[in-house]
Design a protein around this ligand. Structure first.
Ligand code: PEP
Length: 247
């Protein structure tokens, strides 16, 4: 399975989200083996779920808390995401890790909670530029992937997003993506054996319709997690079309 997801981050108001969904739906034809998803901010989840209903587009949240309910002011539970019409949830995005201090320990709990509510988690991993320059890329990814050792297998999408490529306009070179995706593929096999090979591995980091075709040719790249370019329905449609064409 390949999957391309629009990560809107903290962008869009209600009327913009509705206009995006209508424009996207008008030209979107689903294709077996390729999923398209939108990850809007929490306030727009229901709006997008309603507008996307029947189109085949899946709704993802950008984060969630692992506790089912209670005194956790400002947090949203997996059950609440399900209730709002979500299909899945992004977990461990680099902005959550680096701006808000998301820990691997919490990610283990969040993955298990997502599965409990039958949400598809998209686990994001990636190295900073300092870590890459110091030659630690694979060690960092190995450590981030160890959460999957703690959880055991379950439905999952993995997103490799080098932190230095997110929102910077600096996309990773195909050789760099190839090395990492092959490494992640081997790690998934080591951790979950056959179940690990079912996990689609997305690339994320300054993806645009101009560079995505090349990225999709890299072995073990099974779609993308897209920020900036996903705010324009025409560009997102192109990215989905490129993913479908790569099947
Ligand atoms: C992201 O939000 O995960 C991302 C990769 O952003 P951008 O495409 O803007 O680099």
């Amino acid at each position: 399975m390949k999957i391309v997801i629009a990560n809107w981050k903290m962008n869009m108001l209600g009327r913009e989200a509705a206009a995006f969904c209508e424009a996207f739906k008008a030209d979107y034809t689903p294709k077996a083996g390729c999923e398209a998803g939108i990850a809007p901010p929490f306030t727009l989840l229901r709006e997008v779920a309603v507008h996307a209903a029947g189109s085949g587009v899946k709704v993802f949240a950008q984060n969630a808390y692992f506790e089912p309910k209670g005194a956790f002011t400002g947090e949203i539970s997996m059950g609440q995401l399900k209730d709002a019409g979500c299909h899945g949830v992004l977990l461990g995005h680099s902005e959550r890790r680096h701006v808000f201090g998301e820990s691997d320990e919490n990610l283990v709990k969040k993955l298990k909670a997502a599965w409990e509510y039958e949400l598809l988690p998209v686990l994001c991993i990636g190295e900073t530029l300092t870590q890459r320059d110091a030659g630690f890329t694979l060690d960092v990814l190995h450590k981030q992937l160890e959460v999957l050792n703690a959880t055991g297998p379950g439905p999952l999408v993995l997103a490799y997003e080098p932190v230095w490529a997110i929102g910077t306009g600096r996309v990773a070179e195909p050789m760099q993506i190839e090395e990492v995706h092959a490494f992640i593929h081997d790690e998934l096999w080591r951790l979950w054996s056959d179940r690990g090979l079912e996990v689609p591995i997305q690339y994320g980091g300054s993806v645009t319709p101009d560079n995505f075709e090349g990225i999709l040719k890299v072995p073990f790249v099974a779609g993308g997690l897209v920020g900036g370019a996903s705010l324009d329905p025409a560009k997102f449609l192109k990215l989905v079309g490129q993913t479908q064409a790569s099947l």
